[in-house]
Design a protein around this ligand. Structure first.
Ligand code: ZN
Length: 172
């Protein structure tokens, strides 16, 4: 078990484009995945992208049973996606107060496609190609953005909606 430090906004590694995984037999792959899962769990993340722990590779993890950072969301199975690629974005958009472990408890209203079609590989190298909607689709969009050095405020339409989670909770 290895819980890593999460890089915070301002760290230049969060702005870099990550490279694809080519060698699925590389023993480092499982180490990176375990570090991502352990760190996500320890910090109550809904998802985590490799660059957030300083690994500039195209790996994302997500999933939880109950998430205190997003208490209204239903469980999502723990998922590891390698080299994820979003192929289709629905025109239908959802707005949601999104957060990010690299921004502590800062949230902002982020419009994202309600449904996406994506492809990726599992750690075994097997390819997955499917459609997802709702919070899972949002997480995949957010985490895949990290792999291209894009952080959620860049997706916001109105920076006036920035708010700390503690303040949002008071308003609900
Ligand atoms: Zn994030």
């Amino acid at each position: 078990m290895s819980i890593k430090e999460i890089l915070l906004v301002g760290n230049p590694n969060l702005k870099k484009r990550c490279t694809s995984i080519e060698d699925f037999s590389d023993p480092m792959l499982q180490i990176w995945i375990n570090d991502l899962l352990d760190t996500m769990e320890a910090r109550n993340g809904a998802g985590l992208a490799a660059p957030q722990i300083g690994i500039l590779k195209r790996i994302i993890v997500y999933g939880f049973t109950f998430n205190p950072r997003y208490p209204k969301e239903k469980p999502i199975p723990k998922t590891i996606l390698i080299n994820p690629e979003i192929l289709e974005f629905s025109e239908e958009i959802d707005e949601y107060y999104e957060g990010c472990l690299s921004f502590a408890n800062l949230r902002g209203l982020v419009p994202r496609s309600k449904t996406i079609v994506y492809k990726a590989k599992f750690p075994s190298g097997k390819e997955i190609h499917q459609e997802v909607s709702g919070f899972e689709a949002r997480i995949i969009q957010h985490e895949t953005d990290h792999l291209d050095g894009i952080l959620f405020p860049k997706r916001m339409k109105d920076l006036d909606t920035l708010a700390m989670f503690e303040e949002l909770k008071k308003q609900n």
